[in-house]
Design a protein around this ligand. Structure first.
Ligand code: PAN
Ligand code: ZN
Length: 193
């Protein structure tokens, strides 16, 4: 049996389109219950703004290849002042890292390790973030246009969403007078209702 073959994959830096893609999913605001500090505002926006798209993920993978790759495209927006963000996760395998490369837009990558240490990496065109093994990671679009980044990850890394769903991260990123502010998360450690 032939192994995986070398491939050229095209990423559209403005739209995040992956060509060819082997998978794709979208996350709308209705999919993100309990993630924002103002849950009522989230529900209102779902009802009144037609359940806006928050982000989408497109990927390319081949069987028996140890790596896979893709893009995440995040819309601009906020819920009660808290910028649109991804769910955020640890990798299920604690010995698997990842690399994010920002293709367009502007944002912040919020990282937190098991000891509660926080790191923030700026996301802007050309910036490459190294996510070491066992650091939770969440990306946040703080700009006025889509934030598009590519990622490369071991296929066996897996996702563990549990800890962030249950406790949140220690920091939140909110808009104040048009600029992003990183604040302590007042609800950290509280499981959403
Ligand atoms: C990324 C993320 C993607 C969506 O591909 O999965 O940006 O974020 P959430 O999975 O946290 O919703 C990645 O980090 N993969 O491991
Ligand atoms: Zn990841």
């Amino acid at each position: 049996m032939a192994g995986p073959l070398p491939a050229e994959i095209f990423f559209d830096a403005a739209t995040g389109r992956v060509e060819p893609a082997t998978g794709h999913y979208v996350k709308r605001l209705s999919d993100l219950a309990g993630m924002f500090r103002d849950e009522e505002a989230r529900q209102r926006d779902v009802a009144e703004r037609g359940d806006p798209l928050v982000y989408e993920v497109a990927e390319y993978r081949q069987e028996r290849c140890d790596l896979f790759l893709g893009t995440t495209t995040m819309q601009p927006g906020n819920v009660g002042g808290e910028y649109y963000m991804t769910r955020g996760h640890f990798h299920a395998r604690r010995d698997r890292g990842e690399v994010y490369t920002t293709l367009s837009g502007a944002g912040l990558l919020l990282l937190e390790n098991r000891e509660g240490r926080i790191e923030v990496v700026e996301m802007r065109t050309g910036s490459v973030a190294l996510i070491p093994p066992d650091w939770a990671h969440r990306s946040i679009n703080t700009g006025a246009v889509p934030l598009v980044f590519s990622w490369v990850c071991p296929v066996d890394a897996g996702h563990d969403y549990g800890p962030i769903l249950e406790k949140g991260l220690r920091k939140i990123v909110v808009e104040r007078a048009g600029t992003p502010q990183i604040l302590d998360n007042p609800a950290f450690g509280q499981t959403p209702a």
